[in-house]
Ligand binder design. Structure first.
Ligand SMILES: NC(=O)c1ccc[n+]([C@@H]2O[C@H](COP(=O)([O-])OP(=O)(O)OC[C@H]3O[C@@H](n4cnc5c(N)ncnc54)[C@H](OP(=O)(O)O)[C@@H]3O)[C@@H](O)[C@H]2O)c1
Length: 273
């Protein structure tokens, strides 16, 4: 695979750097569990946290960041515009208030509800105002990215999608590469369901790593930033140890063959809106 074993960040088209591993906090309730998970991650060396307006836990992310004592400028914070609202700028102002920050590193459209382009001028405005250093999208297909490209002054630099060996969206990955959009992987462990997969387990046994580490490595070794979620300190720690081993080409072929999407160019199988 293309990238070196211990590369830990990737440059975005706008020049900003995204850490390849991030902690995601979807389904972590606002409050002590979320604060603890984010604090542990920061203590253990994570420098990338992924939240969203829809997760309703931005307040806990901000609290944990502040309590951690880690320099704000050393941490890459993403939040997502909930497209059931109308105005990306007004919603980001609210997010920043909850996070206790004056900007986020990445602001992305959570999904293309109502079409892929109506919100993009507002996303660009949020960037112009300095509320977001980078802007992007999530759950967008190659066709939806093309629609945004047709109207954008500033292209999305990220498309965050469901991406793991059973959802190996080759066509979307290639389309992103052609447009200089970084595909970012969510649900790399299949929200936990891939941890008991036999192929993953056999490779994990061979390399002396956990199934979660193999699945996360499958992303970062190809230069794909990856978000994994855990509320357990020991798992957050183990999931962070993915920059000191490598999968072989044979491991990649076996894992890639688990794809059940036909290498799709879609961002997801079934819209939920
Ligand atoms: N843009 C979008 O629409 C979208 C959609 C989905 C997800 N995301 C982002 O991607 C992040 C990750 O995706 P995800 O939450 O679906 O899940 P995931 O990271 O694929 O899997 C998380 C699940 O695996 C368990 N787990 C994690 N590490 C483990 C380990 N080492 N051993 C055993 N179990 C382990 C977790 O349990 P415990 O917590 O109990 O450890 C949790 O149940 C989200 O949090 C969110 O930030 C974005």
């Amino acid at each position: 695979m293309s990238t070196s074993t211990n590369q830990t960040t990737r440059k975005l088209a706008d020049g900003n750097e995204i850490p390849l591993l991030g902690l995601g906090v979807w389904q972590v309730p606002d409050g002590p569990d979320c604060v603890k998970a984010v604090r542990w991650a920061l203590e253990l060396g994570y420098r990338h946290i992924d939240t969203a307006q829809a997760y309703r836990n931005e307040g806990s992310v901000g609290k944990a960041l502040k309590e951690s004592g880690v320099d704000r400028d050393d941490v890459f914070i993403t939040t997502k515009f909930l497209p059931r609202a109308k105005d990306p700028v007004a919603e980001l102002e609210q997010s920043l208030r909850r996070l206790g920050l004056d900007h986020v590193d990445l602001y992305i459209v959570h999904w293309p509800e109502g079409g892929p382009t109506w919100m993009w001028p507002g996303m660009e405005r949020a960037r112009e105002l300095g509320y977001a250093r980078s802007i992007g999208v999530s759950n967008f297909s190659e066709t939806e990215l093309a629609s945004v490209a047709g109207i954008a002054d500033v292209m999305p630099v990220v498309d965050q999608v469901n991406f793991n060996p059973t959802a190996f969206r080759r066509v979307l990955l290639d389309a992103c590469q052609r447009r200089d959009v970084v595909l970012e992987a969510y649900s790399p462990l299949g929200t936990g369901s891939l941890l008991s997969d036999a192929t993953v387990g056999a490779i994990a046994a061979r390399v002396g790593r956990t199934p979660a580490q193999v699945l996360l490595r499958w992303c970062v070794q190809r230069g794909v930033p990856v978000l994994s979620k855990s509320t357990h300190r020991d798992r957050i720690e183990a999931n962070g140890r993915i920059f000191d081993f490598a999968l072989t080409d044979e491991d990649f072929s076996q894992l890639d063959a688990l794809d059940r999407t036909g290498g799709t160019g879609n961002g997801l199988e079934q819209p939920w809106w």
